[in-house]
Every structure is written in C-alpha cells, then in structure tokens.
Design a protein around this ligand. Structure first.
Ligand SMILES: [Zn+2]
Length: 286
C-alpha cells in the first residue's frame, strides 16, 4: 500500500469532515429511540443467498464482484437507508479498519453497495451514494461445524487468488452466511471510502457481532500478495455521529475484544508478513 499521505484526492489529506474508518466508542453511540437516523425499520437483505461473483486479487485486496444482469444483484434496504442499494462487490481488510473501543479485529469484510437509482459515477458524488456493510471476523483455533460451513464456502477460493492480478470467475456464493449472526445489532454513521479518493459518500453499517474464521483460514491471508497491510489508519473523530437501533431491536452489545487465540494468531501472522517483506517484496504496489 502506498503511503497514505501521498494518496490522491483532497478528502484523503486534510479537510474531510466525515472520514473513515473510525474508532467506535460505544459510550458515545446514540441509541436512536427518536428515529433521527435509523428511519426505515430493520435492515432487509434480498437476494444474498445465491450470488454469481468473480474474484480478483487487485494488488490491494481480494475482491469478489457481482456478475451478470444488474437486476439480479442482491439489494439492501431499511435501517438508515432511504433508498435501495445494489451489491457491487465485497473485499477484505486484515487487520480490521474500524475499531470498537480501541480494539481491532483480525479481519473486516466490506460489502459495497451502490444506490440502485444512480450510476457509479453519480453515486461517488452523493452524500449517500454508497452503503457499505461491515462484518468483523474473529479467529478461533477450532471452529464448530456450523462456523466452518459459514466461511469455508468463500474462503476455499482464496488459494486461487494469492498473486496480484489472479482471477477466479463464476463463483456462486451464499452471502447470507458471511453476514453477522445478529443483523439487528449494528452501528451506523455517515463516513467515507477508506481508499482514494476517500469520497465522503458512504452510509456505514458496522455489525457489532463478528463471524468466526479458523486460524488456518486466516494464515492464508498473510501470504496473499498485497504488500505490507491493507487497512487505512483510524481517522480522527470530527463530525461523526454514530447511531445504533434501540434496545427493543437489539440484544446487549457483545464485548468485542480480541480473544487469547486471536492475539496469538495475529502476532504470528505479522511475523510472517515481516519475513515476507524483508525478502525484498516492495511495499509500494499501487
Ligand atoms: Zn474496504
């Protein structure tokens, strides 16, 4: 990843008022009893069960994009969203980009949606042009069968995508398995893209409850050729107001700390990465 301070786009440098990612401090989160922000009921995911996608390692991350006719793509409505949003792609960050009370997760998956009534170029210039759903991944040494099924379907494709430029087409995925097990518990705020040009056009929906991957699955990512790391640094809190649905819809927010297992795995993961780097791999891959 190129140095962040050399990223193109004015918003990436100074002057942005709603830059992402942020550290979500749960004591500052507004529970939206008055429906000031979460005005449209529960989130509604339609068509996420059978999704035709193609995978690519684009040198920054591994990304799966929706294929085929747009009218067939999954859509997201409800929650803070005043429009319908169409799924474009999902991709991974390791470590996570967002933090909760200062704690990061081993991984974060971003489901990037575009407002269905806009072209991509238009959406990139509207304050609510994109909706990105974020799912944290925690790492466990042993997954139960259900947890393994959840992620194996997607992660089995990762070995095909280790090198920059590699592609893997015609993958059919059940994306409901990758969403948080509790879709009523989330944080939401108006923020930005976390890569150039950092446009301030994103309605973020960050699930508070993570999914689990195994440490074997996670270790694969330390070997994926995307340079040193692929998360943007936390942005300073400015005019961000973070909301959550009222308690009638949510259970008590789960404490989201890195468990013992995860800390160990993350440590060895970054030792591997460092070794990888010192073998002469260039970090400026953009
Ligand atoms: Zn992302």
């Amino acid at each position: 990843m190129a140095e962040e301070n050399s990223w193109p786009g004015g918003f990436c440098k100074q002057g942005g008022r709603r830059q992402s990612p942020i550290d979500i401090r749960t004591e500052d989160v507004i529970t939206d009893f008055k429906k000031d922000f979460i005005t449209n009921g529960p989130l509604k995911f339609v068509g996420y069960q059978v999704v035709l996608m193609n995978g690519i390692n684009n040198g920054h991350t591994i990304q799966f994009s929706t294929e085929g006719d747009e009218s067939m793509h999954p859509t997201l409505t409800g929650g803070p969203l005043k429009h319908s949003y169409r799924l474009e792609q999902l991709h991974f960050h390791w470590l996570s980009e967002h933090a909760i009370n200062g704690a990061k997760f081993p991984m974060e998956i971003h489901f990037v949606h575009i407002r269905a009534d806009l072209k991509v170029s238009e959406a990139l210039n509207r304050k609510d042009g994109l909706a990105i759903v974020s799912v944290f991944c925690n790492v466990k040494s042993e997954l139960n069968e259900h947890q393994l099924e959840t992620t194996e379907e997607l992660l089995q494709h990762i070995p095909h995508l280790m090198k920059t430029g590699s592609r893997h087409n015609g993958v059919i995925l059940d994306l409901t398995r990758l969403l948080s097990p509790d879709r009523r518990s989330y944080f939401t705020y108006l923020g930005s893209l976390t890569s150039p040009e950092c446009n301030e056009v994103v309605v973020w929906i960050v699930f508070s409850k993570p999914i689990y991957i195994s440490d074997d699955q996670y270790r694969f990512f330390s070997k994926v050729g995307v340079g040193r790391h692929n998360f943007r640094s936390l942005q300073k809190l400015n005019h961000h107001l973070v909301y959550q649905p009222p308690p009638s819809f949510i259970k008590t927010p789960t404490a989201v700390l890195m468990m013992g297992d995860a800390v160990k795995v993350v440590k060895s993961f970054f030792q591997n990465v460092t070794r990888f780097m010192s073998n002469g791999f260039s970090s400026s891959d953009s």
